[in-house]
Design a protein. Structure first.
Length: 134
């Protein structure tokens, strides 16, 4: 029986969201609570990084309470390895709503797959939240 664990990222590693920035300058400040994501796309990227690193607490805290599950169990055997932002509407620093169309690629053992979603985000109290699939 093998054990699986979520990967960790050093500050100077390429960010888990697969941007060109380092983890320390991209998603880490959001995942640690040092900063809040200023846009819907930044929140989407940080949530992808949370899936990569197994940070269920961050996922739940950035999910609109009315649409969020009570608990979230992440499976470390599901290895997310690439995020493509296909497009977005609104979701900027001065908006209150936005959508992000993305494709997230993953592996489970020798099987590869992807999830395509057009997600809706809302802003309340100066923070962006994931609402659900548009």
């Amino acid at each position: 029986m093998s054990t699986h664990s979520f990967p960790t990222f050093a500050d100077d590693d390429r960010c888990a969201c697969t941007s060109t920035a380092t983890f320390a300058t991209c998603c880490k400040p959001y995942l640690t609570g040092e900063k809040v994501a200023p846009t819907a796309v930044a929140l989407m990227r940080s949530r992808f990084s949370a899936f990569v690193t197994g940070n269920a607490d961050y996922l739940l805290s950035t999910w609109l309470q009315e649409t969020a599950p009570e608990t979230l169990m992440l499976d470390p055997r599901v290895e997310f390895y690439r995020l493509d932002i296909v497009g977005h509407t609104q979701g900027g620093p001065f908006d209150t709503m936005g959508t992000v169309h993305f494709e997230a690629f993953y592996r489970v053992g020798d099987t590869v797959g992807s999830q395509v979603e057009n997600s809706t985000f809302g802003k309340a109290g100066g923070r962006w939240y994931y609402i659900g699939e548009a």
